[in-house]
Design a protein around this ligand. Structure first.
Ligand SMILES: NC(=O)c1ccc[n+]([C@@H]2O[C@H](COP(=O)([O-])OP(=O)(O)OC[C@H]3O[C@@H](n4cnc5c(N)ncnc54)[C@H](O)[C@@H]3O)[C@@H](O)[C@H]2O)c1
Length: 251
């Protein structure tokens, strides 16, 4: 029996990078998956790959910063299945700027996706997770929740809030059979990071502070997400799991 056999999983921002790897890993572990993204074409391509590999997938457009989108998707899932077993808050972005020059619009954009989106999904998804009776909410935070780097300050603030939110929700949702955990990935090459990680100076500085001396793969983050989502993690709630090649452990 596969680890997520018979489960219904929904991943946000699943059209690219880490979200794509997570939704594919959930499908590979036997879940029927909802591939959601603000970019519907990207979500459809991922759902197509999963179906071609024999999995069950449906693509849906969902901008996590729009309440109407989230309600519409949850309504559709409720009608189809009446529950969600695995809900992964993965959608995220950054707008690079030095903090002292950051516009209000850029701050709002970062916050609306990275934090308000997570808050909305965790709140509006509660009823569907409760109906699962073994619901697992996985938030994708970041090593940056506890670190500072130039042009990532606002991003860090949102990720720190997601880590704190994870602990509060773990306490509030435990009596409803819902576990809530977060992943704190280190640096992984995706559309979000490709440009920075290809910069030789940044690359060297980051690899020098990563004991394993390499960046992570989206599939390595996805493996941890499937673990947290599965019954193997049945006594784990409120954890923020570092998946970072040792970066957060090192001085
Ligand atoms: N790549 C890294 O090194 C790294 C490290 C730590 C944490 N993370 C986190 O992992 C998550 C995924 O990042 P990634 O690196 O795969 O980036 P990515 O840019 O490859 O993927 C992000 C996905 O989110 C989608 N998205 C953006 N805004 C959205 C919105 N409003 N609603 C729904 N979907 C939206 C994008 O279309 C895209 O498909 C993010 O939360 C990011 O902060 C990434």
């Amino acid at each position: 029996m596969q680890r997520l056999e018979g489960r219904i999983a929904l991943v946000t921002g699943a059209g690219s990078g880490i979200g794509r790897a997570i939704v594919k890993a959930c499908a590979g572990a036997g879940a029927a998956v909802y591939v959601t993204d603000v970019d519907l074409a990207a979500a459809e391509a991922v759902a197509g790959d999963i179906k071609a590999a024999g999995g069950k997938a449906e693509a849906m457009a969902m901008d996590v910063s729009r309440g109407q989108d989230v309600s519409a998707v949850f309504r559709a899932v409720d009608q189809a299945h009446g529950r969600i077993d695995v809900l992964v808050n993965n959608a995220g972005l950054n707008v690079r700027s030095d903090f002292r020059h950051m516009s209000d619009a850029d701050w709002v954009k970062i916050r609306e996706v990275n934090l308000d989106g997570v808050v909305r999904i965790a709140r509006d998804g509660f009823e569907l997770l409760r109906k699962s009776q073994r619901g697992s909410l996985v938030n994708v935070a970041s090593i940056m929740a506890e670190r500072g780097l130039r042009q990532l300050t606002a991003y860090s603030a949102t990720k720190g809030a997601v880590a704190a939110l994870t602990k509060g929700l773990a306490v509030e949702y435990a009596s409803f059979g819902i576990r809530v955990n977060a992943l704190a990935p280190g640096f992984v090459e995706t559309a979000l990071t490709a440009r920075a990680l290809k910069n030789p100076g940044i690359q060297k500085a980051l690899l020098d502070s990563t004991p394993m001396r390499r960046f992570g793969l989206p599939e390595e983050i996805a493996a941890a997400a499937v673990f947290l989502a599965s019954d193997e993690a049945s006594y784990i709630t409120g954890a923020v799991l570092a998946v970072d090649g040792g970066m957060s452990a090192s001085l």
